[in-house]
Write a protein that binds this ligand. Sequence first.
Ligand SMILES: NC(=O)c1ccc[n+]([C@@H]2O[C@H](COP(=O)([O-])OP(=O)(O)OC[C@H]3O[C@@H](n4cnc5c(N)ncnc54)[C@H](O)[C@@H]3O)[C@@H](O)[C@H]2O)c1
Length: 431
Amino acid sequence: MKTQEDGLSRRDVLRAGAAVSAGVMLSSHGRMFAAGSDKIRVAMVGSGNRGTKDAIDCLRADPAVELVAIAEVLQDRLDASVKKIRSRFPDRVKVTPATSFVGFDAHKKVMAMPEVDMVLLLTPPGFRPQTLRAAVEAGKHVFMEKPGAVDPVGVRSLMASADLADRKKLSIVVGTQQRWQPQYQELMRRVHEGELGEIVGGQAYWNWGSSKWHWEPRQAGWSDMEWQIRCWPYFVWLSGDHIVEQHLHNMDVINWATGSHPISCIGMGGRQARTGPEFGNIWDHFTVEYEYPNGVRVMSMCSQIEGSTSRVGERVLCTKGATVTDRSMGYIEDTRGRKVFQYTDPIHSGEVTQFKNLIGSIREGKPLNECRRIAETTMTLILGRLSAYTGRALNWDWAMNASKLDLSPEKLEFGDLPVRPVAVPGKTRLT
Ligand SMILES: NC(=O)c1ccc[n+]([C@@H]2O[C@H](COP(=O)([O-])OP(=O)(O)OC[C@H]3O[C@@H](n4cnc5c(N)ncnc54)[C@H](O)[C@@H]3O)[C@@H](O)[C@H]2O)c1
């Protein structure tokens, strides 16, 4: 089935308006949100490819949203993003030179703006825990891209921010858009209602026949830090490796289906096709067996290898059949692999819906906090990476409670930043 554009129909706008008029709430700084007439002022932290699209989707989601400020570390990215968003929404982009901030402390400046109601956290995930904490401490509602962190110390910070957001009645919605896709919702409902019996296992894949996402040759004049920020997916401290950065989407579906997270895993992988120093220190393939409660075992695999077969999606195996999903379809097969149900209603990407629901939660005063859930899914993939990197079977409780791994560099500044060695199983130590 072809995915429809996740836009706003007239009916959606009317429905949103009705929901809004039923509820009135105070923002963090005491401003009223009422009857859809009041503005929601948004700031971006990071304004690259996905972030620019997210900001556009946020503006599409609600006619009363205005973009008022941007925090970036690269001026060219900020300028290009403002230009692109303004070309779509000339009247609702209120960013000025005075509200454009560049530097590693730029996010603090948007958090200090009392008129900002909501921030979009759109940097590489290595910066997510600290920008999230700053947002929640400043009383801002949050949309944040996945993943939530790159190491266990970052995951624990997410958990603390989730608690604080609850206490402050703030919403945090995360860019796991498949959670809002109708075919996923329908199949997960059937799993949760027991139509397929008990869950006994599953498979998750992000095998990508592509290997140069966000890669460009290093240019003379770029410091180590600038190179790493511009090509961030290739550096573990920024991306968590592609198992965390990309495969998170599939394991989030498995965690959703099981309503839990793994208790242990054993993983392996390496770097075979993409080996040069120009590709930083990440690997190009992983496979991990996860054990969930009740003996449920899930095989996960992900690769970024040019020319290899692409398979991106999930299977949830149950005693009476299995769900098979990806972002464009969903069906159920029986225990002999015969298709017994196909989702045939229109499918949308969930990318505007996630903002509609976030904004709805703010207007209605019913905070929607997905932070704990993304912290657990992020840890699921970090656990797999740590197991593969070290060659050791690992327990969830150790990673969640005892690991001291914190990949952030000592200094955040444009200058020298040597690349840490590529992990080698049996030699790379657990931290
Ligand atoms: N939900 C999805 O399907 C999806 C798709 C693509 C990307 N993403 C996620 O979106 C995030 C951004 O990815 P992208 O493709 O836009 O990358 P990008 O490199 O295009 O954009 C990231 C931007 O953040 C800026 N930045 C880096 N460090 C910063 C800091 N400390 N403060 C402020 N700005 C900073 C960079 O200069 C850059 O402009 C990532 O977490 C990625 O995993 C999600």
